[in-house]
Design a protein around this ligand. Sequence first.
Ligand SMILES: [Zn+2]
Length: 368
Amino acid sequence: VSTGFLWHELYGWHDTGPGAGPLRARGWVEPGQPMAENEATKRRFRNLVEASGLLARLASIKARPATVSELTRFHTPDYVALVKKLSSAEGGPLGGLDAYCGPGSYEVALLTAGGAIAATEAVLDGAVDNAYALIRPPGHHADSDRGNGFCIFNNVVVAAMHARAEYNVPRLAIIDWDVHHGNGTQGAFYDSAEVLTISLHQDGWFPPGSGPVEDRGAEAGHGYNINIPLPPASGSGAYRDAFHRIVVPAIQRFAPDLIFVACGFDASAFDPMARQMLGPDDFRWMTDTVLGLAARLCGGRCVFCHEGGYHAGLVPFCGLAVLEQLSGVNTGIEDPFAPIIASIPGQELQAHQRKAVDRALAAAPLLA
Ligand SMILES: [Zn+2]
């Protein structure tokens, strides 16, 4: 298996200033710390990939800036112009909740959306079998006309639209396991029966109230959006149940020609921005499951794009597990967090979690 990997130094240079969690420092929020979405998790993930020796076994994919016309397949020209204007001055808010442009962020965000495109092209050109784009800032909360939740441009949506426009890929599936709802991605393809969007997320958490099971898609797209809201403290058992009963059969029935994964690691047990309990082994298992689907349905073609994940210690091991699985390379590195995460009570499927999956299943026409 040939696995592509993409990172660019400039992804570490996007800077939204001091803060705490989702807040910017002001008033009683003391400056001196970065906001939750900062370069550390991404850099340390990339560093572990290198230090483990895995980087040398992966095919390097070169990022390039997205063009404005690639962005405006989804985003409005006015929004792209706003980002450019803020970026060339001192930065500023991007319209939605907790999304900021820093000085120079526009050029980074172009390289981010373009990175997702480059990884997609590498897979569709057959240069690699699958790919991981370690990109920043994240994208899945970005709507067509505003940023949201640390996201500037919706990288996966831009890459998916590129695949459809330039490669005529008939059917795409996007699995979003970032712990927050993939609202921007859902909105982009809400009316489409040719793009299946599935989001697993902590119920109602971010954006506030977003991602109920009743959001199924509209018109021709009815049934082609599946939300799986899981209660807080969902762990290995809950995610496996959701995959076994919803994600796997839905993807099988849909039979995509390419699978995207919006790969956030903020459902991990130590994440400060959510309350789920996954560890590296769970991300490994989910990756293996996606690879199995891709092998059966679409020649193994899948593109993973990095989204959230805010614990600088744990994210690198989650990421390494995903990359080992994608590439089939075992680095021999033992996950030092595994015993801690396995010992958290309630990792097995709980009755109320099963009911949450039941509700999502009952609301999905594709699985009727
Ligand atoms: Zn997230």
